[in-house]
Design a protein around this ligand. Structure first.
Ligand code: PLP
Length: 385
């Protein structure tokens, strides 16, 4: 009998253990404060847990509709309309997903044919590139401007070819905390206007934009909305990253193709969480107050960083703060993060992890979605540098 397991030819030969896993394991081993991975160390609003519990107790525990429960789709459409002025049809244009990660993969699988080119702006979230590769697409990497992380439209325009199927953008931006301006969104709209290029707009940090800036959702720009899958995440907005629930808003013809993949991918998303989220969303305060909530934490963290030799980059949005390490160490980003975790007791993420070629610009990312006491402990340790 042959008991040998067949050797696989990997669909993703370049994917190994991510730096996030490595840094979290090292942080746990060394007892470091983990400002690496992006998730809160505080709990969500108990009213949200009550709303989900109530749905479970009411017996809302069987398969929901494939597209998501109508009340949640209605709540999402109402929010998007109120905030960004674009009315999505709740039946044919909003789909509830298993987090933004599934939404992005599903959108890519729905639109990318083998050989199609997809533009990503680096540094970028780590799922984009493997997602495009799984679809048989060709990844076209365009750098955001080093230092400012603003989009370079000359470079984006130069990357467009007749084979370009889509472009992926992310604002507010992980890892840099940069937020696209109205002028930049308009520039993108103008650039894409004469083309059939689709847009995947990753807006999971839409409610974390600071200093009175608006979030310039693609939904606000008719020429972008007409070609866009707009992706968001309840996990980020409501401090429940482990629930893995998000949504996609897209014009009906795009949503129809999205749902063909969605229904044979996850089919649908767990019922009681959807009902719980829908009833919780009836009160807009939690998401309207989120910018102030995280701005206070950003300010606390930035104030503390002034006691260190790090050079802070702007923090316009998200719950990430990037710093230049040049004045603190001669190490490369990844080595520095390992050293910082082991020797100083604070975990961070190197920006090189967000580039295909490991580009090292001596910048690392901290996550400040943490209790004040966690931030104070981390800052006291960093002050020793
Ligand atoms: C830019 C970006 N997109 C998508 C996601 C994934 O969101 P979700 O947890 O809803 O899948 C994250 C999570 O870190 C992210 O930072």
């Amino acid at each position: 009998m042959n008991t040998r397991t067949p050797v696989l030819k990997s669909r993703l030969p370049n994917v190994g253990t991510t730096i996030f896993t490595v840094m979290s394991a090292l942080a746990a081993e060394k007892g470091a404060v983990n400002l690496g991975q992006g998730f809160p160390d505080f709990d969500c609003d108990p009213r949200l847990v009550d709303a989900v519990t109530e749905a479970m107790k009411k017996g809302l525990n069987q398969y929901p509709p494939m597209t998501g429960v109508p009340v949640l789709r209605e709540a999402v459409a109402a929010k998007v309309s109120a905030l960004y002025g674009h009315a999505y049809d709740t039946t044919s244009e909003i789909t509830i997903t298993a987090g933004a990660t599934q939404a992005i993969l599903t959108a890519i699988l729905a639109i990318v044919h083998p050989g199609d080119e997809v533009i990503v702006l680096e540094p970028c979230y780590d799922s984009y590139v493997p997602n495009i590769e799984l679809a048989g697409g060709v990844v076209v990497r365009v750098p955001l401007t080093p230092g400012t992380f603003r989009p370079d439209f000359d470079k984006i325009a130069a990357a467009i070819t007749p084979k370009t199927r889509a472009i992926l953008i992310n604002s507010p931006h992980n890892p840099s905390g940069m937020v696209w301006t109205k002028a930049e969104m308009q520039q993108l709209q103008d650039l894409l206007d004469p083309t059939d290029i689709l847009l995947i707009s990753d807006e999971v940090y839409e409610h974390m934009v600071f200093d009175g800036r608006p979030h310039e959702s693609a939904a606000r720009f008719p020429g972008l909305a007409a070609r866009a899958f707009i992706v968001s995440s309840f996990g980020k907005t409501y401090h429940v990253t482990g629930w893995k629930v998000g949504y996609v808003a897209a014009p009906a013809p795009l949503t129809a193709e999205f749902r063909k993949v969605h229904q044979f991918n996850v089919f649908t998303v767990n019922t009681p969480v959807q009902y719980g989220l829908a009833s919780y969303m009836a009160d807009p305060k939690p998401y309207l107050e989120l910018p102030a909530f995280y701005q206070r934490k950003r300010d606390l963290f930035r104030e503390g960083l002034k006691r260190t030799k790090f050079c802070m980059l702007p923090g316009e949005g998200t719950y990430f703060q990037c710093v230049d390490i040049s004045a603190v160490s001669d190490l490369g980003e990844a080595e520095f993060c390992k050293w910082l975790t082991s020797e100083i007791g604070v975990a961070a993420i190197p920006l090189s992890a967000f580039y295909g070629n490991g580009f090292d610009q001596r910048v690392v990312r901290f996550c400040f979605a943490k209790k004040d006491e966690t931030l104070h402990t981390a800052l006291d340790r960093l002050a020793k540098l």
